[in-house]
Design a binder for this molecule. Structure first.
Ligand code: SAM
Length: 408
């Protein structure tokens, strides 16, 4: 569903408005479609002027990409961010660009051979698809529909089955295959009805431990319906802007952790009816789901806040050795948390096969006997120390402990 009802009942076809606008913008430069962004000038040298001119971005998520990674750029447009990322990830990495617009895809692909020759490798692939449906390769669907044109209701129903089969058997972007999903000024163009699915798709395609870095336009106040019905303002990245805090909430609701604003424009890019629209970049991680076993570890939150809460509801008190499970311990030992906590390992390593499920709900301090750094001999009663506390969770090793359980 891609339509949004207006106050008097008529529908704005968001997707068609966006398709028309960016088909035109691929041919004729539209300067008002982008905010000023300072990209790494060295990485722009391989790009022809035509692509630099057709920059419709509002941030630079490629700054958060690392060598060797597999990157997915949502709404890749003329391909500028993909070609920048290609140089950053190097020949051992890979970059996928997804865009639903034929003219934009054609613009990005036209220069591919020349650009990759200048870069020295060709690790970019552009796909035709909708970012809220990353499983469906629209070029593959079109090829199948040429053999079975849709002129009857029965044929239309058959085309739905064909699409479902393609998603299942030949997904455009496979599940758990991407290190970093990036996007530059695109999520706001997607219809509100499709946004939950879009975040679910970003989550699906990321590997465990992977991250999303999204630059987009946000508003400081809710955008009224009258503005939301304006096709020009919608396709111009204004009416569909996320309310600032709702962009972060959307990641949270999709199951991400460590959701963080990494950049926020101080001055608004546009002010419409008193509402400020500006660019913001948000980073979020995948991987907090799964079993949560007790390895006798603790973490000490360094401060400066007195108390903090993570996306699983763990509360860390400044300076206190809080008991955490191994999964949380590992998560806190990596970005974005690593610099903020002191990880305290157990006195003696716990055999993962013997580890017991951990009840994260208790928010207890770790028993110092379990983390003393002085060398200790294994004790005969070790297994008892790892036994489940009365009133704790009745989980078996390997049981799933997800956010819906409220346990980790
Ligand atoms: C504002 S431009 C940004 C292009 C590019 N990221 C850049 O930095 O120049 C938005 C792009 O997203 C594409 N787009 C918009 N909605 C989309 C959707 N639902 N699925 C796939 N592509 C979409 C448009 O076709 C257009 O190329």
């Amino acid at each position: 569903m891609t339509e949004s009802p207006g106050a008097n009942g008529e529908l704005l076809d968001v997707e068609q408005a966006v398709r028309d606008r960016y088909s035109a913008a691929s041919q004729q430069v539209e300067p008002q479609l982008c905010c000023a962004v300072s990209y790494n000038a060295d990485l722009l040298k391989v790009l022809p002027q035509e692509l630099i001119d057709r920059d419709y971005g509002c941030g630079d998520p490629s700054r958060y990409v690392q060598r060797g990674e597999t990157v997915l750029d949502l709404g890749s447009g003329g391909g500028k961010i993909c070609y920048i990322a290609s140089q950053v990830v190097g020949p051992e990495g890979a970059v996928h660009g997804v865009d639903m617009n034929d003219e934009m895809l054609s613009l990005a692909r036209t220069h591919q051979a020349d650009i990759s020759q200048r870069i020295g490798w060709d690790n970019v692939e552009f796909h035709k698809g909708r970012i809220q449906d990353l499983g469906l390769d629209l070029e593959q669907l079109e090829a199948r529909l040429q053999q079975q044109p849709v002129a009857t209701a029965a044929a239309w129903l058959q085309s739905q089955s064909t699409a479902a089969e393609l998603r299942r058997k030949q997904p455009m972007i496979a599940s758990d295959s991407i290190d970093v999903v990036i996007s530059n000024c695109v999520l706001n163009l997607v219809s509100p009805e499709d946004r939950r699915q879009m975040f679910a798709e970003i989550f699906r395609v990321l590997k465990r431990g992977g991250r999303a870095v999204i630059s987009d336009i946000v508003s400081d106040e809710p955008v009224p319906d009258a503005l939301r019905q304006n096709a020009e303002l919608w396709s111009g990245c204004i009416s569909g802007a996320f309310l600032e805090r709702e962009l972060l909430q959307a990641f949270e609701e999709a199951g991400f952790y460590g959701v963080e604003i990494v950049e926020r424009q101080a001055e608004p890019w546009m002010v419409v009816e008193g509402i400020e629209f500006r660019s913001m970049s948000v980073r979020a991680f995948k991987g907090k789901q799964g079993p949560c076993d007790d390895h006798h570890q603790a973490v000490i939150y360094k401060g400066p806040w007195k108390r903090v809460t993570d996306d699983d509801g763990h509360v860390l008190e400044r300076g206190a050795p809080m008991a955490v499970c191994d999964k949380t311990f590992q998560i806190y030992s990596r970005p974005p948390y690593a610099g903020q906590i002191i990880p305290v390992p157990p006195s003696r390593p716990i055999d993962p096969a013997a580890a017991l499920p951990f009840d994260c709900r208790t928010g207890e301090l770790r028993d110092p006997q379990q983390t003393k750094a002085g060398k200790q001999e294994p004790q005969p009663g070790d297994k008892k120390q790892n036994a489940q506390k009365p009133g704790g969770l009745n989980l078996l090793p390997g049981d799933c402990c997800g956010p819906q359980d409220g346990c980790c």
